[in-house]
Ligand binder design. Structure first.
Ligand code: ZN
Length: 453
């Protein structure tokens, strides 16, 4: 028997950087040619910017291409319903329709895919599954509602492509999902980080010891928390399994990054299929390795909607692939997706990042669920409170809240967090994209900016 490669695509995943960049440049030129020929809207953008495929000779030339924002995409959709002027193929050749989850409260983006898209979408997930050690003998449970949100749809097809046994867990209660995982001896579970913890809570209340159960790996997606060390550690302890982070987006249908089984505390970018830039969100200039920036995606794989320099609003910090010991040359987003560029809350002059708060809260295993609540006191003053559920009656919740309040204040220039215990199961639970920040301030940001309704 030949030795099995740890890489899904050994040639590309270990390619020297100069060769990888040459590959990206070639693919970029082809993509521009194709989009110019097929999409009048894109042709106009290129001609307005004075860019042709022939002028792209290095990755630096990428900067000649204008950014595309979500607002532009959305406006195009409103002006030219239902999809906007961005399709590169006739609608009749589409095989699937998906919709963004609309977490930002804006009009969701509608996306069409062809047969070619879905082959590619599955291929991208294969990089991640294989790289994290999933093999054909695995039984993979999907704690996922198979709906218009793209979520784990592509991962499902990737598992079929790998030859795993797929256990689809749509339209099931959490209890039924836990039972199925145990009954079917699932070795891999796919869910959001939040829902992985939710299932662990449910299992505990059912008297099931997940840590000694069949699950060996969790593939996490859909939220930034998969790379928050304290959250990940909690998930791994409660499941007795390794947890690997991935991240994707509906606009592109699939993942762009995955954590390998060396678990470098971040995710490798699938750079033979994407160009991922990190830029200063204010100036649009590239930032160096090790500096935080907004991620901008150019995708080579889409068969229906070419995407150039799409501003994701995701906060990332890029480091070279060589910082991981796995041998991949693909760069890494250290800490995965670190939140959204606009996630930060300004409270009485202090910056509060929900991710940083979560990292502190998750150090306390007794807390099952939490919420960050911002409100206006006495009609003028910003206040921040942290609501926590501490279901174990043997835990001194008062002492825990006091300690947590102290740690949070120390991490936030002395800002006082009112930490309060609330009734068990009183806070919202999430299967997808947890929303743990409730901002009910009358004036947001303390700079006279009225909150949008
Ligand atoms: Zn690695």
């Amino acid at each position: 028997m030949t030795t099995e490669s740890p890489y899904w695509n050994p040639r590309h995943e270990t390619m020297a950087r100069d060769k990888l960049e040459a590959l990206q440049v070639r693919k970029l030129r082809n993509l521009i040619e194709w989009a110019t020929a097929q999409v009048p809207y894109q042709a106009k953008r290129f001609s307005d910017a004075g860019v042709t495929a022939e002028q792209i000779n290095s990755l630096d030339d990428l900067k000649r291409i204008p950014f595309m924002t979500r607002d532009e995409w959305m406006q195009g959709q409103l002006d030219h319903p239902p999809y906007g002027p961005i399709l590169a193929a006739p609608e009749e050749s589409a095989i699937r329709y998906h919709l963004t989850s609309g977490t930002t409260g804006k009009t969701p983006i509608r996306v069409l895919d062809s047969m070619k898209d879905w082959e590619w979408i599955a291929e991208m997930w294969c990089y991640g599954f294989w790289g994290f050690g999933v093999r054909p003998s695995d039984r993979v449970f999907f704690a996922f509602s198979y709906g218009t949100f793209v979520g784990f749809w592509g991962a499902h097809y990737a598992c079929e492509k790998l030859g795993c046994l797929v256990l689809p867990g749509g339209n099931m209660t959490t209890e039924a999902r836990v039972n199925q995982i145990m009954d079917m001896n699932a070795t891999v579970v796919c869910s959001t980080p939040t829902y992985a913890l939710r299932m662990a809570q449910e299992a505990r209340s059912m008297g099931i010891d997940l840590a000694n159960g069949p699950v060996e790996r969790l593939i996490l997606s859909g939220e930034p928390a998969g790379s928050i060390p304290a959250t990940k550690k909690l998930i791994e302890e409660q499941w007795g399994a390794k947890a690997g982070d991935t991240a994707g987006m509906t606009e592109l249908g699939t993942i762009m990054m995955f954590e390998c089984d060396h678990q470098p505390g971040g995710a490798h970018i699938i750079e033979d299929h994407y160009i991922e830039e990190a830029i200063d969100p204010e100036t649009g200039e590239s930032v160096a390795y090790g500096e935080p920036g907004e991620r901008v995606v150019t995708s080579f794989g889409r068969g229906f909607i070419p995407v150039f320099r799409y501003r994701t609003r995701d906060l990332v910090l890029k480091v070279p692939g060589s910082t991981c010991g796995c041998g991949r040359t693909f760069d890494i987003y250290e800490g995965g997706i670190r939140g959204r560029v606009d996630d930060m809350k300004l409270v009485r002059g202090t910056n509060v990042y929900p991710r940083a708060v979560e990292a502190i809260v998750r150090e306390h295993e007794a807390i099952d669920e939490f919420q960050i609540h911002l409100y206006t006191a006495d009609g003028i003053r910003d206040e921040i409170e942290l609501l926590v559920e501490v279901p174990d009656a043997n835990v001194d919740a008062g002492a825990l809240c006091a300690e947590l309040g102290k740690t949070l204040a120390e991490a936030h220039e002395g800002l006082r967090f009112h930490v309060k215990q609330v009734d068990n199961e009183s806070l919202p639970r999430f299967e997808l994209k947890a929303k743990r920040v409730l901002d009910e301030r009358e004036i947001v940001g303390g700079q006279g900016e009225r909150k949008q309704a």
